[in-house]
Design a protein around this ligand. Structure first.
Ligand SMILES: [Zn+2]
Length: 167
């Protein structure tokens, strides 16, 4: 390939990447589910409500999902949006279910300055329910550690249909 052609091709690919990014993000945006705390309180157990909508934290090593190794999806216990796949789960040794990546567009983050620390909180991008914090000490390929409260998740094995999103 001639040098000029190569440069043009390179530019074309770069321009396409820039152009297609916002389009993809808009296409994949998750429609929000707005419910009041009182509505959620009626639908969830006390533990689920405390963690998801009062930003609580479960005791380490308390979740049966810590040892869940079957293939499948981990979905938001409030609105049922799938957040994680077993293929990204790993044993972090922290006592909380840990993942090195979330499913695309499934979670959003915000700065959390509580407990005299600056941490990055993440929540379900559909219902806003709090799930945990994300840290930069995870394994490759992302280097991320999504440290999730097990109570805030439900596990759906691969051979079972995912439940319809809660409305
Ligand atoms: Zn949710």
């Amino acid at each position: 390939m001639k040098r000029r052609e190569m440069i043009l091709k390179g530019l074309g690919a770069a321009a396409l990447a820039v152009l297609s990014k916002p389009l993809l993000a808009a296409d994949a945006a998750i429609a929000k589910l707005a419910k009041s705390k009182d509505q959620w309180r009626k639908l969830l157990t006390d533990d689920q409500f405390n963690i998801l909508f009062e930003e609580g934290t479960e005791y380490p090593n308390s979740s049966p999902l810590l040892h869940e190794k079957r293939q499948g999806k981990f979905i938001c216990a409030a609105c049922y949006l799938p957040l994680f796949d077993t293929s990204t789960k790993y044993e972090s040794g922290t006592g909380w279910p840990s993942f090195f990546d979330s499913l695309p567009h499934s979670v959003e983050t915000k700065a959390d300055r509580s407990l005299f620390m600056l941490r990055t909180e993440y929540h379900c991008s559909r219902c806003g329910g709090h799930h945990g914090h994300v840290f930069d000490d995870g394994p490759p390929p992302t280097g991320k550690r999504y440290c999730n409260n097990g109570v805030a998740l439900l596990f759906v094995p691969k051979d079972q249909a995912l439940p319809a999103l809660r409305s």
